[in-house]
Ligand binder design. Structure first.
Ligand code: SR1
Ligand code: MG
Length: 423
């Protein structure tokens, strides 16, 4: 298959014939296609994902479809998201080495990326549902976020390069549009594709849609998301976009990458830990999940702490971009001035992070794209109880974000809401 033939979706049956001459793939898995075993394992909302095993190894072939897989061909979606994913992966690897899968091949016309097969990694969301406590995720993801967000910004980059990148990723319009609608608006009105656990949550849904303070805050956050082109974001950094073993963590799927506010990636990520926290009751069987709940709150504390520490370290050692130049501060002996500016920056990331986290929680319970943390709770009353607590928590942190000063305060609130017994 060459980059010149028109786009055609791969299938388990056609993959070996179509990619059998691909040198990059053959060099990793062996060229005897008769020995290739192909499985389609995509469980995301958008793409095809194949695992191809050959005589000498395995690889992943990820291909975009010209529509949203979750919905079908009534919702067209451009193939160019694969281009943005490829370019985001190369930048993430440069800025946070070892944090993403290795890329073997990219074919823009076929919208496919051939990459490293991560094994025995599993999706972080699945591990958290199973009650597994991964020891390194907070450190690994905190470092990833600090490094990619800092190094993709005007704090670090040559401004000409950053502006070129900004222009490149500005064309990822349709995936931004998904986030703009699904995260910031749809949960707060009767949007066509919304769904929620009904009738249990009907009353709460009506309350949230009538909640003026919440809707204004969600739109302020949407404004920030759309207008603050601060750094190259992953753009969809939830627990389904992270693969883990006990010792390794890799970020995947940055097809939503674009230039936006640093706090967005951090908020989406932490929201997914808080949702995992509120969903644990739904996964308790004989054994209680108290230790898992404690672990998840500890993970939020450590992730935020690692992020802050690494971001501060980069601020002090790699601030080579056009913002807050050293010539204004350290070079004049004014180290404290640089520290004051850093404090301001971390404070605004903190405040906005809470807002983004709050609306992310809401959209996963009220919008189109739910998450397995709640969806896999078969007992609908129990699921609704978990979801109602998360909704309440999300509302509080989004609306009161400027009055919340520490992650311990947020986690105390989460623990209190978790202990409440009613919807
Ligand atoms: C229509 S796509 C729905 C969601 O799936 C992706 O993973 C993103 O989170 C998006 O919002
Ligand atoms: Mg994805």
């Amino acid at each position: 298959m060459t980059g010149k033939s028109p786009f055609e979706a791969l299938s388990v049956k056609t993959l070996a014939a179509r990619l059998g001459a691909n040198e990059a793939l053959c060099s990793h898995i062996g060229k005897d296609t008769a020995r290739w075993k192909v499985r389609e394992v995509g469980d995301g909302n958008l793409n095809l994902v194949f695992i191809v095993e050959g005589a000498t190894g395995a690889a992943v072939v990820k291909q975009a479809l010209p529509y949203v897989r979750l919905v079908g061909d009534s919702w067209p979606l451009p193939l160019k998201r694969s281009f943005f994913e490829y370019h985001a992966l190369t930048r993430q690897e440069a800025r946070a080495p070892g944090s993403v899968p290795a890329i073997y091949h990219f074919d823009e016309v076929q919208a496919l990326i051939i990459m490293e097969y991560l094994s025995p990694h599993i999706i972080l969301r699945r591990a958290l549902i199973e009650g597994r406590q991964l020891p390194n995720i907070a450190r690994d993801i905190g470092l990833f976020m600090a490094r990619t967000l800092f190094r993709g910004s005007d704090l670090s980059m040559v401004t000409k390069d950053r502006k070129a990148d900004l222009a490149l990723f500005a064309d990822n319009v349709e995936l931004c549009d998904i986030t703009e609608n699904l995260v910031f608006s749809d949960p707060y009105f009767d949007a066509k594709m919304n769904r929620h656990t009904s009738p249990q949550l009907d009353g709460i849904v009506a309350e949230l849609r009538a909640d003026r303070d919440l809707k204004v805050e969600a739109q302020r956050l949407k404004h920030l998301f759309a207008a603050n082109a601060e750094t190259l974001l992953h753009g969809d950094l939830h627990s389904g976009s992270i693969m883990v073993t006990d010792s390794e963590t890799r970020m995947i799927d940055p097809e939503f990458a674009f230039y936006g506010p640093m706090a967005f990636d951090v908020g989406m990520l932490l929201a997914n830990f808080w949702m995992a926290f509120f969903s644990q009751r739904g996964h308790e069987q004989k054994e209680k999940r108290d230790a898992m709940r404690g672990y998840l709150l500890d993970v939020t504390v450590e992730t935020w702490s690692v992020f802050r520490t690494e971001f501060s370290h980069l601020w002090r050692t790699e601030r080579t971009g056009m913002l807050y130049q050293k010539s204004l501060f350290e070079d004049q002996g004014d180290r404290l001035g640089a520290e004051q500016a850093l404090d301001h920056m971390l404070h605004s990331i903190w405040t906005d992070m809470l807002g983004f986290a709050g609306v992310e929680v809401h959209r996963r319970i009220l919008g189109l794209a739910h998450n397995a943390d709640f969806e896999t709770i078969a007992d609908e009353d129990l699921r609704a109880t978990c979801e109602a607590k998360a909704l309440k928590f999300g509302r509080h942190i989004a609306v009161n974000r400027r009055q919340i000063h520490s992650i311990d305060e947020v986690n105390t609130l989460a623990a209190l809401i978790e202990q409440e017994n009613r919807i």
